[in-house]
Design a protein around this ligand. Structure first.
Ligand code: PPE
Length: 320
């Protein structure tokens, strides 16, 4: 990993090499962290963070689920994120805010350990490979199920959730696929190890509902809005495994993965095996934001100057 200059820890920017924690921090033993993944793009109108407010809000939602009080306000954290991007003099980067249970007491109960907050940034290219945006990726259905709703809540983006993601990802890579798609406990399609999933059939877009063991992705919500703007019908519904194989198009979404076409699943060719028209249309609308800096929807926060005080769009209230 390429080192950068600064990492923000508990209110201060510290040198990259000094951003350390104790081995007896609660998080290391019990996975007690919540985090976000955010991208800053070097748009034609200047560096801008995509969905800053929505990501910070989801971080607070995740923390609340785990009874964790973050000792900063959402506004303070948004400002800290902007400060960290500026301090590292980056025009485009991946941003990782992290809230974790640090030192205090070991034992399962996290409430006796302090709450630490950190923000790191680094350069991250395409998540699923350099040619993925255009050529798509080959994926499989994982033998591992996604975490069940009555075990670990998938709606919180918590560090521990990613043990399940790691099993899915490692299995996929070992079998020669770029990514694995997990089914939920009932056998319906849930999501990839780090992406939401969509399929297209006869011009209609289908994606799993948020109650179905998925992370309520911010890119997912944006793609649904972009599709609706284009007059495309979107159904949030139960999706059977076999409907993936007979889809005209399949694509995955995520902050890191952006909008990545899927060209095969379990070696079944999806549609023509080429990137589909609806996938391409949605990618072009997304590109208009992340490359051309189109901020007509208010989804971008330009890094300099920093307009961080607009109201937060209520993405998850719209789910119902
Ligand atoms: N599902 C999972 C399990 C997930 O981790 C992500 C993000 C998504 C869906 C898409 O959510 P959103 O980014 O809000 O559209 N995965 C992060 C990468 C995880 C990793 O560290 O690797 C991301 O895309 O930032």
């Amino acid at each position: 990993m390429q080192k950068l200059a600064k990492i923000w820890m508990n209110g201060c920017l510290v040198d990259w090499d000094d951003a350390k924690i104790h081995i007896l921090s609660h998080v290391i033993h019990y996975g007690s962290s919540m985090f976000e993944g955010i991208r800053c793009y070097n748009t034609d109108k200047g560096p801008a963070i995509l969905f800053l407010k929505e990501h910070v809000r989801r971080l607070y939602d995740s923390a609340k689920i785990y009874r964790t009080d973050i000792p900063f306000t959402q506004l303070e954290l948004r400002e800290a994120i902007l400060e960290t991007v500026r301090a590292n003099r980056l025009t485009s980067c991946y941003i990782r805010p992290l809230v974790f249970r640090g030192e205090g007491a070991l034992g399962v109960n996290p409430l006796k350990s302090q709450v630490d907050v950190a923000i790191a940034v680094w350069e991250w290219g395409n998540y699923l490979g350099d040619s993925a945006w255009e050529n798509g990726v080959d994926v499989c259905v994982a033998s591992w199920r996604r975490i069940a709703p009555n075990t670990i809540p998938s709606g919180a983006k918590a560090g521990g959730n990613y043990l399940n993601s790691q099993l899915i990802k490692m299995e996929a890579l070992a079998d020669g696929y770029a990514e694995g798609i997990a089914l939920d406990m009932n056998g319906y399609v849930a999501e990839g190890s780090g992406e939401n999933i969509f399929l297209v059939r006869d011009g209609v877009i289908y994606t799993p509902m948020t109650a179905q063991s998925i992370l309520p992705g911010i890119t997912r919500r944006a793609v649904i809005e972009l599709a609706k703007e284009q007059g495309i019908e979107v159904k949030e519904t139960l999706i059977s495994r076999e409907s993936l194989y007979i889809a005209d198009e399949v694509f995955m979404t995520g902050t890191a993965a952006e909008i990545t076409p899927v060209r095969s699943i379990d070696r079944y060719k999806i549609g023509t095996g080429e990137r589909g028209d609806i996938t391409k249309l949605l990618q072009s609308k997304y590109y208009d934001i992340i490359k051309h800096g189109n901020n007509s929807r208010g989804w971008l926060t330009f890094v300099d100057p920093a307009p961080v005080s607009e109201p937060v769009a209520d993405y998850f209230a719209k789910e119902a």
